[in-house]
Design a protein around this ligand. Structure first.
Ligand code: F6P
Length: 300
């Protein structure tokens, strides 16, 4: 079964205050990230720990979040997709950040995001350690989705960093309409291809893939459907990272009433002992995730 039936425990006061502070810093930093993008669209020489080329904007956003999240009391570790190791910044919660998700969309000027996972435990954390997750979507407007204590809220962030609730209790619409999958189609495995064939033969489903996970996941939260970056014949663990992408997006989608999977189990049950480990990621409406898992088990 791809969803988990574990209501979020109530946060102790200090945990709750730290989560408030992290989310506030992320929201108020979003306009600074956004305004720092022009002029930083170019690739620089370095690679991130996953071997992907970095843009100047990736490094800029990472330094900005390290500086601001690292200064919050009761944050113990700041880790990011752009750094090999977590940085010890005090004692308390561990915060994992993908500073600029989908930064290959910088050049074509398409949507990107920032993803934040807050764990009450050392890194690499387990799915049970996550106490809140959020993402900022730098789209036509800047919005932030926050999952925390069993509910998901969408905020609109203004240019001055002030933000306000746009939607409370965000849940996936019951009738799914959109799908988007990453990776080269010739590298999809047979089980996944057969699942996609079924999706494509459903007249209510429409392909919408933007190339940045956060943009694609936000469509699923808005319209209902499924997003996946699948297992590939040349990359069985896919592309997305457990601590920085799989757990936080899994937590958000499951809190919003959807389901998630790595092909066999909820993303929150994936266990990997490397900070930068990858996992196939599938998130969406529960019946679609059930069908996906059936396709994988039928092909075993
Ligand atoms: O690094 C993550 C990411 O940029 C995701 O945001 C996105 O879903 C994926 O990579 C896109 O990868 P590709 O360029 O292979 O479609």
């Amino acid at each position: 079964m791809a969803t988990r039936d574990n209501p979020a425990p109530t946060e102790p006061e200090s945990t709750s205050a730290t989560i408030d502070a992290v989310l506030d810093v992320v929201a108020r930093s979003a306009p600074d990230v956004r305004s720092g993008l022009p002029g930083r669209r170019v690739a620089i020489e370095g690679e991130n720990p996953s071997g992907e080329s970095q843009k100047a904007a990736d490094v800029y956003a990472d330094e900005l979040f390290l500086d601001r999240i690292g200064s919050i009391s009761n944050v113990g570790v700041y880790a990011s997709e752009e750094r090999a190791e977590g940085i010890d910044v005090g004692s308390g919660l561990s915060v994992c950040v993908d500073p600029l998700d989908g930064s290959s969309n910088l050049e074509p000027n398409a949507a990107m995001g920032t993803i934040v996972a807050i764990y009450d435990g050392p890194l690499p954390a387990s799915g049970d350690d996550i106490v809140a997750a959020a993402y900022v979507l730098y789209g036509a407007t800047t919005t932030m989705i926050v999952a925390r204590e069993d509910s998901v809220t969408e905020y609109v962030i203004h240019q001055d960093g002030e933000y306000e609730v746009a939607r409370e209790d965000v849940t996936l619409p019951e009738d799914p309409t959109v799908y988007g999958f990453g990776g080269r189609v010739p590298h999809w495995v047979e089980a996944f291809q057969s699942f996609v064939d079924d999706i494509e033969s459903d007249p209510s489903m429409k392909l919408r893939y933007g190339g940045a996970m956060i943009g694609d996941v936000n469509q699923v939260l808005t319209y209902g459907g499924i997003f996946g970056y699948p297992t590939l014949t040349n990359a069985p663990e896919g592309k997305l990272r457990v601590q920085f992408e799989g757990y936080p997006v899994g937590y958000i989608v499951e809190t919003a009433g959807g389901a998630t999977s790595d092909g066999h189990q909820s993303l929150l049950d994936v266990e990997k002992d490397d900070l930068h480990a990858r996992t196939p990621v599938y998130v969406g409406n529960e019946e679609l995730i059930d069908d996906l898992e059936s396709a994988f088990s039928d092909h075993e």
